[in-house]
Design a protein around this ligand. Structure first.
Ligand code: NAP
Length: 285
């Protein structure tokens, strides 16, 4: 039976350490601050923003929220981002997705200053990740890499198979794993023989968004299985992409949902805000 990777516990350890860092920054009169922009009133986004606000509160990071009307124009959105780019008291800027389809999210991400881009979505930071240079790594892939580190899971030479190729999870994760010397395969909706490819994985990471997608027959004996998916069932419960009960009998390590990747994502966001704060104050390169 698999060892359970306890993302909740690891995240709380990280948050505790970050709180100490924030306290020392405050002794130097530096007050880390995150600005979050949300456009419209997407229910899931409201929950995510609330959780980010709570996390900021927990570690002592100041939080300012900008809830914009759905009919805002692109020019207005960009003007708000520019204003935040220029504010010295704001160290991190996060644009909560999704935003209305008539707005260009890529242009918005491009406009967030790379120095304040704590989600790692600005093309400058994405490019640095591709080149294996120090950058703001997007929070979910970063959280997964921290889990590997904590549980001494070495990626060198391993076959990593990632299910999903989104800009926020699959693609940055592919580069993170490659940078750690894994051999990486990325699968998506057009992949042929996906189950067979998954079965070759020493480390299988699912970021698809479909409950029970990864079944035990798709998993190699003793594989490490990371479940990024968040799926709401009809009974209101949250579940991942992996058939946890059956896959845990086969895997060597597995993340639960909830309590796995989710809490790590938030902890890494806090980590990135503190890193941005230190950088903007000349404390780190
Ligand atoms: P996304 O943008 O919708 O991307 C989903 C990916 O899965 C796409 O690449 C898509 O392929 C692929 N896919 C969908 N159905 C497939 C199928 N039947 N077979 C093979 N590939 C398939 O989603 P995302 O934003 O990456 O999020 C993925 C999941 O992770 C969601 O459940 C989300 O809620 C969750 N999530 C969790 C966290 C966390 O902190 N735990 C953070 C972010 C996201 P195509 O590219 O070909 O369309």
């Amino acid at each position: 039976m698999a060892n359970i990777i306890d993302g909740k516990l690891l995240a709380s350890k990280i948050m505790k350490k970050l709180k100490e860092e924030v306290n020392s920054l405050k002794q130097e009169e530096i007050w880390p601050k995150l600005a979050v922009i949300m456009v419209g009133n997407d229910k899931a986004s409201e929950v995510y923003v609330r959780n980010k606000s709570k996390a900021c509160n927990e570690v002592g990071i100041e939080f300012e929220e900008f809830i914009l009307k759905e009919d805002i124009t692109m020019q207005q959105l960009l003007a708000i981002i520019e204003k935040l780019n220029n504010r010295k008291d704001i160290h991190g800027i996060l644009l909560q997705s999704p935003i209305p389809a008539n707005l260009d999210i890529n242009e918005a991400f491009r406009t967030i200053s790379p120095q304040k881009d704590v989600d790692g979505f600005n093309p400058v930071n994405v490019g640095k990740l591709v080149l294996n240079q120090d950058t703001f790594v997007s929070c979910t892939p970063y959280g997964i890499m921290k889990m590997f580190e904590e549980y001494n899971i070495d990626l060198t030479g391993k076959n990593v198979v990632i299910l999903g190729r989104s800009n926020i999870v699959g693609k940055p994760l592919m580069h993170c794993c490659l940078n750690k010397n894994a051999t990486v395969t990325v699968c998506h909706s057009k992949t042929q023989n996906l189950a067979q490819k998954a079965k070759e994985a020493d480390i299988l990471i699912s970021a698809i968004g479909k409950a029970q997608f990864v079944t035990a027959d798709m998993v190699k004996e003793n594989a490490v299985v990371i479940d990024v998916g968040i799926n709401r069932l009809e009974n209101g419960k949250i579940t991942g992409d992996v058939d946890f009960e059956n896959v845990k009998e086969k895997a060597s390590y597995i993340t639960p949902v909830p309590g796995g990747v989710g809490p790590m994502t938030i902890a890494m966001l806090m980590n990135n805000v503190i890193k941005a704060t230190k950088r903007q104050n000349g404390m780190i390169d």
